[in-house]
Design a protein around this ligand. Structure first.
Ligand code: LIP
Length: 277
């Protein structure tokens, strides 16, 4: 059967590559850093410029489609997934890494139709790794097929998580308490890369068995969730239910056994849904 969205996916790959070049160039120059929800929730002129570049390129080709973009939502645009073909964009995933020159920064472009994700493109632009996933057609990195790890023993696993940008002491306590419980299972190790999307691509690549995080946003995980699934992995929420993109939580793992074992240890904390009015 003909693939109606292949053209859109090819276009997303080209746009992500162009956006990545802008980010690499910006790293060589002075950057203007601003704060969003707190002094550690950073945004730069590059985030805004790259989102504008991605949005204008896609709108020119697909003018009737809908968009959810990290910086547009910050500027007051709605964050609602409708039946309409919708592009979900994080122009710079790993903004704090970008600010510090810590070399893990990704351009994320996810695409959903009738609320179902159809493809995801994650361009890790400092590493020049183009990750792609198309529902039903596999996941790739620079054209090479991706497969999750086959590990089923949690004690042999490498787990990734993040500390996020919420510094309320009760929230930080829950993050540390969860991490301690997971570390002491014991697992082989816990890592933090600083980009939700790259973390998920590492699970898709078989370099880590699981990634979990509370407090993330739909644009951090939409594109990469297709890549994890297509590489043979599973996605769920912290209660073990199906992934809800707007719920601010994700568990991505190589298989259900590992995902459920991780979810069992998570101490969730309340976070306003992305689609809350
Ligand atoms: C980041 C995520 C990361 C999370 C950070 C932030 P951004 O996304 O990739 O996993 O811990 O708090 O949300 O803001 O760089 O696009």
């Amino acid at each position: 059967m003909a693939d109606p969205w292949q053209n859109a996916m090819d276009y997303a790959v080209a746009v992500a590559r162009k956006a990545g070049a802008v980010i690499r160039h910006a790293l060589q120059n002075d950057m203007m850093i601003m704060c969003k929800s707190s002094s550690v929730d950073l945004v730069t002129k590059t985030d805004q410029k790259v989102e504008e570049l991605i949005l204008s390129s896609i709108k020119e080709k697909f003018p009737t489609h809908s968009f959810i973009g990290e910086e547009s939502v910050s500027a007051g645009q709605p964050c609602v997934l409708t039946e309409s073909p919708t592009w979900i964009i994080d122009p710079v995933d790993g903004t704090t890494n970008f600010v510090h020159g810590f070399p893990f920064v990704a351009v994320c472009i996810g695409f959903a139709v009738s609320k179902e994700l159809v493809f995801g493109v994650v361009y890790s632009c400092m590493e020049d790794k183009m990750y792609t996933g198309r529902t039903g057609k596999g996941a790739f990195c620079n054209g090479e097929p991706l497969h999750v790890s086959k590990q089923t023993d949690i004690r042999q696993c490498l787990v990734i998580s993040e500390f996020g940008s919420n510094r309320e002491p009760q929230v930080v306590s829950k993050i540390f308490s969860t991490m301690k419980k997971i570390l002491c299972i014991p697992v082989h190790g816990v890592r933090s890369i600083g980009s939700a999307a790259i973390n998920m691509c590492l699970v898709a690549s078989g370099s880590a068995e699981a990634y979990y995080e509370m407090g993330i946003h739909c644009w951090d995980i939409a594109a990469a969730s297709v890549i994890v699934k297509e590489a043979g992995g599973v996605l769920m929420d912290a209660e073990g239910g199906p992934l809800d993109l707007m719920s601010r939580q994700v568990v991505a793992a190589n298989n259900r056994t590992i995902a459920e074992r991780i979810a069992k240890e998570i101490e969730a904390f309340p976070a306003k849904r992305d689609d809350a009015p």
